[in-house]
Design a binder for this molecule. Sequence first.
Ligand code: GTP
Ligand code: SPV
Ligand code: MN
Length: 601
Amino acid sequence: MEKLAPAIAPPPGIGDRRPSNKAVLDWVQSVAQLTQPENIFWCDGSEQENDFLFGEAGRLNVLIKLNERKLPRSYLHRSNANDVARVEQFTFICTPTKEEAGPTNNWTEPAETYQKLHRLLKGAMRGRTMFVVPYIMGPADSPLTKVGFELTDSIYVVLSMRIMTRMGKVALERLGESTRAEWNRGVHSLLDVSPERRFIAHFPQDNAIISVGSGYGGNVLLSKKCLALRIGSYLARKQGWMAEHMLILGIESPQGQKHYVAAAFPSACGKTNFAMLIPPSHFAGWKVTTVGDDIAWMQIRDGRLWAVNPENGYFGVVPGTSYKSNPNAMRSIEHDTIYTNVALTDDGDAWWEGKDGAPPAHAVDWRGNDWTPASKEKAAHPNSRFATPMRNNPVLDPHVEDGDGVPISAIIFGGRRSDTMPLVFQAFDWEHGVYIGATMASETTAAATGAVGRVRRDPMAMLPFCGYNIGNYFRHWLEMGKRLTNPPLIFHVNWFRKSPNGQFLWPGFGENMRVLKWIIDRSENSAGASESAIGYVPRARDLDLNELPSVSTEQMATLLSVNADEWRNELAGHGKFFDSLGGVVPGELQKQREKLAERLS
Ligand code: GTP
Ligand code: SPV
Ligand code: MN
């Protein structure tokens, strides 16, 4: 916890490189006048600056240095125990009218919200340092790339932003001198880290974000969910592109044929793991590479959809990560990583539930309390996370810096469903695919505060991230489909179907390659499927299941089954969801639901 961290005093040459854009300088001055920091630290993203700030963060107990031999240049951060995940109930879209925010967002009136937040920010940085963090989202030379500035009183935020974004000089160069340039204004203050004074407010029309009262990742790294998804989706519709909660991966055959796919799974439902997949030994010569693990910005070129990853690092779920489940993630977090809310072993190592090997005999848990294997509490918080630069990833795709992006052959939706949803199925066409995305659901996870394991509709995995009216968002998807002459095929996957005794039926992780291979083959027209009421479903013989010993024939049949009773329930769920949106759902999607009902009857 760092709420009490006092102002820092940088030596000459550090923290004093003021940008020259007049609009930025004026805005920083106005926020400083409001928040009254002791001093302003102008970040340039340099190595010296980073070293200095890590040193200060250690000195001020904002970060704990981990064992240098085991985890070089890596640190542990503990957030406040009341502040461990995204807070959807305190997240607001502040458009001039409530209709623009739509039925799925919390809305408050912009002028009133500014007033309320400015009251909270008044003098909030007294005795502290305000950091100015310039950053870009997207490769330096991409037409999609956006400039953002985050003003924050948290050193943890600054150090994390340097991992998660391209930060510093590169942003000032991209911005230039024009006072009319488009850039995002982000203001963050910890205040007193109280849930009573915790608000994440977005002003899409102003390209502005104000986040107060939290010090936890997704609430305060304003580049990520706030800019790249909420404000991003709003800009994307206006400007004719897409901002999506999707991983992007490349898959290359032994013959050198390469495809890219993008996949939208809700928070903590497997994007990072899928994006770093290592094919099982049976798939000798196949290679999977990561473009991105959480966010895709996509545009149309030559009738195809092209995607860039706007981020520079991964803010990934730690628990369950091991050399067995995700070796590439493990290698990525062996150095230069900030861990948040994991346990600390007596020899300065990081530990979490699901890590390889035996648990330590003693550790300090994520709250800072003593922990032993006999403890009832978890050592690491279920939503503990790593922030690690993407260059640490041993399978980083070589085209990750390409400004034009990579061409997408397939879009995959998916969620955590114990029942109903088969392992994989394919939409009949784009419009049907949009329906599948619009009605997808998932059991809730620890990534947001609130109940875990409750099935909720999460359209395109964007429920918490769509920065405008969800009906218009669906319309935008339908419009994009009309402009695509060579659209990606659309699929739905479910790694999480369970047997009646509650065991996962599918081994998942690397074995998901078998599903990915079918998806790729379908886009090359070289794999079979049977046509069902819900879409094209592979038969067991259409999948490569060789050397997959852990799944019996009966299990496989269940995994691929479309159960009529379950689907009638599912259909009713779709209807209830559409009704709950109060008339904003496009007619095309209502028609899709009627067609599904007919096929099921
Ligand atoms: P966000 O960063 O919150 O957007 O999440 P994400 O979608 O990137 O999820 P991630 O890959 O971090 O996975 C979250 C959890 O799901 C972890 O605990 C994983 O171990 C688990 N998981 C991922 N893939 C699989 C799978 O194929 N099968 C099973 N059973 N669990 C999986
Ligand atoms: C998610 O919850 O989808 C995340 C983590 O990717 S956070 O950045 O905290 O939102
Ligand atoms: Mn995410």
